[in-house]
Ligand binder design. Structure first.
Ligand SMILES: [Zn+2]
Ligand SMILES: [Zn+2]
Length: 168
C-alpha cells in the first residue's frame, strides 16, 4: 500500500536574503530564508505539528542552495567494490550451460565496468569545493529592500522596515 505522506508548510514568511553559491544552478545566486510552520500529514490529514522551520532557497531554481546534486564519491567507491566482487565471483564460479551467455556477460562486463569506474575515480577532476565556491560569492550590498523597493534601516543590521526582511 502506498503511504501518502509529507509536510504541509504553512504560513511561509520571508526572513532574510543573501548571496550564496547554489549547487543546483552551479552559480552564485540570490537566496532567501523562509520560515514555515511544518505539519506532517498522512493521507492529507495533518497529524503531527513539527513547529517552525527555517530554510534557504535559491530564487532562480527554488532548490536549497547547498543540497547535493551529484553522486558522492563514497558511493562510487562502494560501486567499485561491488563490481570487483562480481568479477571475482563470476570467474570463480563455473559456467552453467543454462546461463552460458549471462555468465560471460558478467565475466567480461564486471571487470570492464570496474576498470572504467576506477579510472574515473582516479582521473576525474574533483572540482572546487563548496568552500572555494563560496569565496567567489560577493556579499549582498543593496540598501533598498529587493521585495518592497524601499530604503532599509542600516543599523544594527540591514533590515526592511516594511516586510522585516534582513540582509545577510
Ligand atoms: Zn539555484
Ligand atoms: Zn521589504
Amino acid at each position: 500500500m502506498l503511504l501518502i505522506n509529507g509536510l504541509y508548510q504553512i504560513r511561509p514568511r520571508r526572513l532574510a536574503f543573501r548571496n550564496d553559491y547554489c549547487l543546483s544552478c552551479a552559480a552564485p545566486r540570490r537566496v532567501i530564508q523562509v520560515r514555515t510552520f511544518d505539519v506532517w500529514y498522512l493521507f492529507w490529514i495533518p497529524l503531527l505539528p513539527l513547529g517552525f522551520w527555517k530554510r534557504w532557497f535559491c530564487t532562480v531554481c527554488g532548490h536549497q542552495p547547498h543540497a547535493g546534486t551529484k553522486i558522492r564519491r563514497p558511493f562510487k567507491w562502494a560501486g567499485l567494490a561491488v563490481l570487483v566482487t562480481l568479477s571475482i565471483m563470476s570467474w570463480g564460479a563455473s559456467i552453467s550451460p543454462d546461463f552460458y551467455v549471462g555468465s560471460w556477460v558478467f565475466r567480461i562486463g564486471a571487470p570492464i565496468g570496474a576498470a572504467i569506474l576506477l579510472l574515473h575515480l582516479i582521473y576525474a577532476p574533483q572540482g572546487p569545493s563548496l568552500k572555494e565556491m563560496l569565496e567567489s560569492v560577493q556579499p549582498a550590498t543593496e540598501t533598498v529592500c529587493p521585495f518592497c523597493g524601499i530604503q532599509m534601516i542600516l543599523s544594527p543590521q540591514c533590515c526592511c522596515p516594511s516586510c522585516g526582511v534582513v540582509r545577510r
